[in-house]
Design a binder for this molecule. Sequence first.
Ligand SMILES: *Cc1c(COP(=O)(O)O)cnc(C)c1O
Length: 387
Amino acid sequence: MKFETQIIHAGQHPDPTTGAVMVPIYQTSTYKQDGVGKHRGYEYSRTGNPTRAALEACIASLEGGQYGLAFASGMAATDTVLRLLEPGDHVLAGNDIYGGTFRLFDKEYRRYGMEFSYVDTTDTTNVEAGLRGNTRMVWLETPTNPLLNVCDIQAIAEIVHTHNPDTLLVVDNTFATPYLQRPLELGADIVVHSTTKYLGGHSDVVGGAIITHRPPIHGRLAFLQNAAGAVPGPMDCFLVLRGIKTLPVRMDRHAHNATAVANFLDGHPSVARLFYPFHVTHPGVDIARKQMRNGGGMVSFIHKDGAKAAQNLVEHTQIFTLAESLGGAESLIEVPATMTHASTANSPLAVDPGLVRLSVGLEHEVDLIADLERAFSYSSNKTVVSS
Ligand SMILES: *Cc1c(COP(=O)(O)O)cnc(C)c1O
């Protein structure tokens, strides 16, 4: 089955009792047992819930994995993956991963004796050089947040598994989504998602997911999902299931608009540097075109006039809403250094204070470009006046 068909039907069958076409919101904590220990697959909703099961089956099938688990947030999914580790284990991570992921590594798991080191994963030789005898996990994002760096998943999977077949390659596939890129097919062991972003797609739900094709890893993760209990409620699962059906249509439009915005920014005098994976100026464009279907909906750039001008810009757009998060129908704009990535200040992962990140939404490209043009003139004027 093609992806577009799979996404609408995988895990989702008309309700056997009523014929309801949409998976019902099974808003129940517990389930009647027909006799002691004789149940119909569900006992308690932390352990399992039919709405959640439909979402888990759907996401697993989209990533080409056998096993999917849904979580209350992307960070809950990330936290559960980290619980596979033991004190003394080493994690090699990309040096511009999501700020919240870095915070969890650095402020929490380091306390328990896990070691973390960060390298520029766009150069595979850094990955090779960074692997240690005790490296149990390699944590990748591609494209990365917020710089949209692109890493070669297949090449890194080969390096990691040659070093040690038991070292787990984890890819946070939030930015690309399985419509654009399927890390398990490229050799990764585990895929993590914040379903809050493109999978949910409507800025109305917080959620996460983990997908793998390795039964022992799934078994351990499923144990942790139930034991630690960071599960999403049935309503949240329903919202992700509803949003996910239109993922291919949305991602094509996000990419169309993002390409138009990137082309506009590329020629703009106030832009010092542009970051968009499918743009010819991107250093990873060849790898991006090899492993991704399109360039996605995220665009970043560095304002030539620095932090103050970047701030003026993001405070003066009218269609782009100043907000954290990404992946919804509406375009968002932010300054990572003081917003999403504030926790990386003074660390090796700190970002340029003049960096602006755009989540390009589904509006008309003409309006989006006009909005940026207007805000740019404001940001440039302000800079002149204040300097
Ligand atoms: C948002 C995000 C997360 C965290 O997900 P939440 O749902 O906010 O907990 C993790 N990784 C990436 C790349 C993200 O964008």
